[in-house]
Design a binder for this molecule. Structure first.
Ligand code: ZN
Length: 239
């Protein structure tokens, strides 16, 4: 009988201790949350990785648009139409044309498969890709996750800026690899960078896309090429 009472007492101490520890954790958490919220918002963003509107107040050629940085709804772009109907931001047209002239002079056959896209077009591409994975047997959730590895979420595609182009080979005349290799070696001279390289997927969250080139201007492109930086890394280091 005595032993049983002692055991009961021990059990209730344990329960009280458990409640105290839980309370302590809760209070510490609340204090931390409110002190961070009141002070440095960036600290909070580290934990939440908040989606935010892309900063368009700096240099137009260095605007960072990715899954955490949305294009502002009022973003204006003046477009120039290419001979095949694709469009790009007029400011990148002269250097894009020069790059194509030089690539063609080097014996390559290439074309802009995709330039500027509206949000609606981006949404259509995403919907089509999700459907494709669903047809292959993925669940809706799986299909969405897979699609988002390749297709930018509407509002977060560089194509919506008009500063990016998908460049393909005319494969009846030359190989894709030949085009991708030439671009990889030369695009920076015209202010373009391979935006989603194979060794930066952990930073860009987009799989290797050897055809997707982004205009950043000649100075930034040269530095990024020389130091093997993607745009995110370049902006942290130099801006
Ligand atoms: Zn692209």
């Amino acid at each position: 009988m005595k032993k049983q009472a002692r055991h009961k007492k021990k059990q209730s101490y344990k329960a009280v201790a458990r409640v105290l520890v839980t309370l302590l954790i809760l209070i510490t958490g609340l204090i931390a949350y409110y002190s961070i919220r009141g002070g440095d918002r960036t600290l909070l963003m580290v934990f939440h990785s908040e989606k935010q509107v892309a900063d368009t107040s700096g240099a137009w050629n260095l605007i960072l648009v990715d899954r955490d940085h949305y294009i502002p709804a009022n973003y204006q772009v003046e477009l120039t139409e290419l001979s095949n109907g694709e469009k790009v931001d007029s400011r990148i047209y002269p250097e894009l044309q020069q790059m194509f002239d030089d690539a063609r002079a080097a014996g390559l056959a290439l074309f802009v498969r995709e330039g500027y896209r509206t949000t609606k077009e981006q949404q259509q591409i995403m919907d089509d890709r999700i459907k494709e994975y669903e047809n292959q047997g993925c669940s809706k959730k799986e299909a969405k996750k897979k699609a988002e590895e390749y297709v930018a979420i509407p509002g977060t595609s560089e194509h919506q800026l008009g500063l990016s182009v998908d460049i393909n080979a005319d494969t009846s005349k030359c190989s894709s690899d030949a085009v991708y290799q030439w671009l990889d070696e030369n695009a920076y001279k015209y202010g373009f960078v391979k935006r989603y390289p194979e060794d930066k997927t952990d930073i860009t969250s987009i799989n290797n896309e050897p055809w997707h080139y982004r205009y950043v201007g000649k100075d930034a492109a040269r530095t990024m090429k020389q130091e093997n930086l993607c745009l995110e890394e370049y902006l942290i280091k130099y801006k």
